[in-house]
Design a protein. Structure first.
Length: 353
């Protein structure tokens, strides 16, 4: 059994819940009065509750950027061009693929989930965590196409793992309603073995946070938590989206992690690899790139929508002492097709060298 320690109360919880210092030791679900059917007045209430949960500045930054009119195609984020925000181009890409008769095939490819295994050798891993398995799901975009979600639910149902981590992008669009994504995540989370940890991506609204936490997902919003096994501990941290919202805070996420402990970081995108490596994280798990999603033969991506070296676009990589893994993700964005880049779920296997 994995125990999760609450940093606020310094007490382990067998319920696999997490509490932040902002919540004064309460479980997240106790920090909200979230009702999915709530009206506008209650949404305003959620804004206040997000300030309590995240801190006033983080909540205001996230909500403020979300409220800016439209998501910008050029500028504003870590990289210059944001094709995920260029909605008129999405239809053009779809028509072009339909025109050459590849659309059905691309959609079938999008449901052809692969289960990838990634061994991670760590010299200072506590013996109790040898053989520890982490199911990594990312870029789910659960409201893109119900058939994709059904395939994902079927795939994860048979997997064996100790914890599950979600590295963001649960929603298809980058703006607008959240109900479709929340409903899809509810279906998926019910099929996952607890504990489940999560972070938000550039497609996600912070307004989804109460719903995800109410489902039992332990959201790491520039926070860390301790995983405990037989008295040994390793640390799992997560940051809010660094790609578009740029509200990630590694300093805050790492502040309670002892310098000699094994530490894993969840980040939506690999783009903060330099800062993460020099913050002394041992492992960084991320997604966002989709591995290109529409690739040339041989899996050569046309774009990774990321400001990072190409070798970090998919699979295993290393920067300085830090080991990284960029999952190509389980879902699709912009157009519901994949070519030469099948979707994946990943099982990371921690091994003592
Ligand atoms: Fe993303």
């Amino acid at each position: 059994m994995v125990l999760v320690e609450c940093f606020a109360t310094r007490t382990p919880s067998k319920y696999h819940r997490h509490a932040s210092t902002n919540c004064a030791g309460k479980f997240f679900s106790e920090c909200y009065e979230f009702q999915p059917q709530n009206n506008r007045a209650n949404m305003d209430n959620i804004e206040q509750q997000l300030a309590t949960r995240l801190g006033r500045v983080h909540a205001r930054q996230r909500l403020g950027i979300e409220a800016e009119r439209g998501h910008h195609v050029f500028g504003r984020g870590l990289n210059f061009f944001h094709p995920e925000n260029w909605y008129s181009a999405h239809a053009l890409v779809r028509y072009a693929i339909q025109l050459v008769g590849m659309y059905e095939r691309g959609q079938r490819n999008a449901r052809n989930l692969q289960v990838k295994k990634n061994p991670i050798h760590l010299p200072h891993l506590p013996k109790a965590f040898h053989d520890f398995k982490i199911l990594h799901l990312t870029d789910l975009h659960v409201d893109m196409d119900e058939r994709n979600l059904n395939a994902l639910i079927q795939t994860v149902a048979d997997l064996h793992y100790d914890i599950c981590v979600l590295t963001g992008d649960y929603r298809a669009r980058t703006f607008g309603e959240i109900e479709g994504a929340v409903a899809g995540m509810q279906r998926l989370v019910l099929m996952l073995k607890q504990p489940v940890y999560g972070i938000l991506g550039n497609h996600d609204s912070v307004r989804m946070l109460p719903a995800l936490e109410s489902m039992g997902v332990i959201m790491l919003m520039n926070e860390a938590t301790a995983l405990e096994r037989e008295g040994a501990r390793i640390f799992l941290a997560g940051v809010d989206d660094p790609h578009y919202f740029r509200v990630d805070n590694l300093e805050k996420a790492a502040q309670h992690i002892p310098p000699d402990a094994v530490s894993l970081l969840l980040s939506h995108t690999p783009e903060i690899y330099r800062l993460a490596a020099h913050a002394d994280f041992d492992v960084m798990l991320c997604g966002h790139t989709h591995g290109g999603q529409i690739c040339l033969p041989g899996g050569i991506p046309l774009t990774l929508d990321s400001k990072c070296p190409r070798y970090m676009g998919a699979g295993k990589w290393r920067y300085q002492h830090m080991q990284g893994y960029t999952s190509v993700g389980a879902g699709t964005s912009i157009v519901n097709v994949r070519f030469n880049c099948p979707p994946e779920v990943t099982i990371h296997h921690l091994l003592q060298v």
